[in-house]
Design a protein around this ligand. Structure first.
Ligand code: ADP
Ligand code: MG
Length: 240
């Protein structure tokens, strides 16, 4: 579904990504761990073209994202993104947050969009809050709405950038549970997270990023029980 070859990205003289290679197969969950500043967010942003690579290629469903004829907006509609900071429209209610893009971009009727939205809100346990104002919700509820909103576009791929990092510890679990179910349902996911037990239990592949490179990659068993690199061990020791 995603193929990345020789991806490089710099901001000024700062090399943020250096020769990143990655394949994501349909239905796979790939988790990215690593220290702050290692390039994790930038890598996700290159996948949905919020950043453009300096070198290398990103393919999505076999389409080279850098090719001139590629309809970036159409591709982006197939990629859902969930951020640490929710990025909901705070002046709209829950249902409107979920129907806005489908009505605008997918040309759904209001009725169709509401029907789809209610199904996804139900799946994240937020149907009862459909008419609630976003600013009355807890962080965990906001993040579950953000996931439902992304699902309303019927994406093929979901990108998560530290979706639980802004949440109080007792609320993290309800969001991880929604993500766990999404993964079990076959959604293709790339997840940046510091939730190591989640990464261990849900991932097909774990990537450890450090200073712009994928320093180590493997199955959760390999990375969490027998990391080969000293810097992976040092990083993981902080979470034990
Ligand atoms: P991570 O998500 O692993 O914490 P990021 O991808 O956000 O890392 O950032 C990697 C490095 O790139 C950091 O040093 C960050 O300050 C820098 N960076 C990220 N985005 C920009 C930008 N738009 N302009 C300048 N520097 C940036
Ligand atoms: Mg980041």
């Amino acid at each position: 579904m995603v193929r990345i070859e020789g991806l490089r990205k710099s901001f000024g003289s700062l090399e943020v990504l250096r020769d990143i290679n990655l394949n994501v197969m349909p239905g796979q969950v790939v988790t990215i761990i690593g220290p702050s500043g290692s390039g994790k967010s930038t890598l996700l942003r290159c996948i949905n073209l919020l950043e453009s690579p300096d070198a290398g290629h990103v393919w999505f469903h076999g389409a080279n994202l850098a090719a001139d004829h590629v309809n970036v907006n159409a591709l982006r509609e197939k990629i859902g993104m969930v951020f640490q900071g929710f990025n909901l429209f705070n002046n709209k209610n829950v249902l409107d947050n979920c129907t806005l893009a489908p009505v605008l971009l997918k040309k759904m009727t209001r009725d169709e969009a509401e029907h789809v939205a209610m199904e996804h809100l139900e799946s994240v346990g937020m149907a009862a809050f459909a008419h609630a104002a976003v600013n009355t919700l807890s962080g965990g509820q906001k993040q579950r709405v953000a996931i439902a909103r992304a699902l309303c576009m019927n994406p093929d791929l979901m990108l998560f950038d530290e979706p639980t990092s802004a949440l109080d510890p007792e609320i993290v679990g309800e969001v991880l549970e929604v993500m766990r179910r999404l993964a079990a349902g076959g959604m293709t996911m790339v997840v940046v997270t510091h939730e190591m037990s989640f990464a261990k239990s849900v991932s097909d592949e774990v990537l450890f990023m450090d200073r712009g490179v994928i320093a180590e990659r493997g199955t959760p068993e390999q990375i969490f029980t027998a990391p080969k690199q000293e810097r992976t061990r040092t990083f993981l020791a902080r979470y034990l």
